[in-house]
Design a protein around this ligand. Structure first.
Ligand code: LHQ
Length: 257
């Protein structure tokens, strides 16, 4: 059904595998559309309780396919038409999303990784704010996510200097949740996804939504939102299961409901 990505659901986890390995999974219009469609599918599928986005071959994604750009192209239009629907779908997804960064994440490929909730990074991987090297500015939410993740000064430095960030540096900056040896990468990503897929999915969705909203709210407004979120989480089966398991000294088995 898809040509530029692979979409596989297994053990409550949806895997979106960017699949143009000979181009380091650089984005084309078709790939934007297919990723957006896969994100929608994963959102609607109740069996899916975790998403993993990764790359095929030696790259995660090298961003926009520069070979496909024609002169005098309307870049604003490309971004609005192709990338923004994908990024909004991702931002509104109330399930945990892991970027399994297997190799270079450059330009919009780096932006995509930043837009995920976790970055599990192969020791072979790297991040690069490639935009500046072709006279462009970071896009696809990069200017939004990067300062929030690493702080304003470091984000400016990375965006302006465009130096390659190694996996280890990414860990030190707080960009990477974990750095994993290449040989163990798939196994450990699968294990991490499995862990997330067996957690209280609804509570995770609420945490994501309100932590995001907190950037725009006063403390007073946020306290209101937290109270609402707690009421919603308190009505889930997973909350009952968690309390019962605790009181009975058992391990909770969460259903995502
Ligand atoms: C590529 C690409 C690529 C095509 C590697 N395109 N072929 C959105 C819309 C509107 C306007 C513009 O902006 C955007 C957002 C953006 O994403 S702009 C930023 C676009 N990306 C870049 O500028 C990154 C360009 N790539 C690189 O800097 C390097 O390839 C990295 C650092 C990612 C990896 O370096 P290496 O490991 O040394 O690999 P390589 O450079 O040898 O690439 C391998 C092949 O992939 C090569 O093809 P070839 O036929 O020679 O084997 C590259 O040409 C191709 N490739 N990135 N973005």
């Amino acid at each position: 059904m898809f040509e530029t990505i692979q979409y596989v659901v297994k053990n409550h986890t949806a895997w979106i595998i960017l699949h143009r390995p000979e181009k380091l999974n650089a984005f084309t219009e078709q790939m934007n559309k297919e990723v957006t469609k896969a994100l929608k599918q994963a959102k609607q599928d109740e069996a899916v309780r975790c998403l993993v986005i990764t790359g095929s071959g030696r790259g995660f994604s090298a961003g926009e396919d520069l070979a496909g750009l024609e002169e005098n192209t309307d870049y604003a239009n490309i971004l609005k038409k192709r990338y923004h629907p994908m990024l909004k779908e991702l931002a509104n997804l109330e399930k945990p999303v892991v970027a399994a960064v297997n190799g270079a994440a450059a330009g919009a490929g780096m932006s995509l990784a930043l837009a995920c909730d976790f970055r599990i990074v192969s020791e072979k991987a790297s991040f690069i704010e490639a935009f500046i090297h072709i006279g462009l500015v970071p896009d696809c939410g990069n200017l939004y996510y990067l300062p929030r993740l690493v702080g304003h000064a470091k984000a400016l430095e990375l965006a302006i200097l465009g130096e390659k960030i190694s996996a280890q540096e990414a860990k030190e900056l707080g960009l990477a949740t974990k750095v994993i040896p290449e040989a163990d990468f798939t196994e450990q990503v699968t294990e991490f996804a499995h862990r997330l897929a067996n957690m209280p999915t609804k509570a995770i969705g609420l945490i994501k939504r309100y932590m995001q909203e907190s950037w725009e709210l006063s403390l007073e407004q946020l306290l209101e939102k937290e109270a609402y979120a707690q009421q919603a989480a308190g009505n889930t089966e997973d909350h009952k299961e968690g309390v019962n398991a605790f009181l009975n000294k058992q391990k909770a088995v969460f259903s995502g409901r």
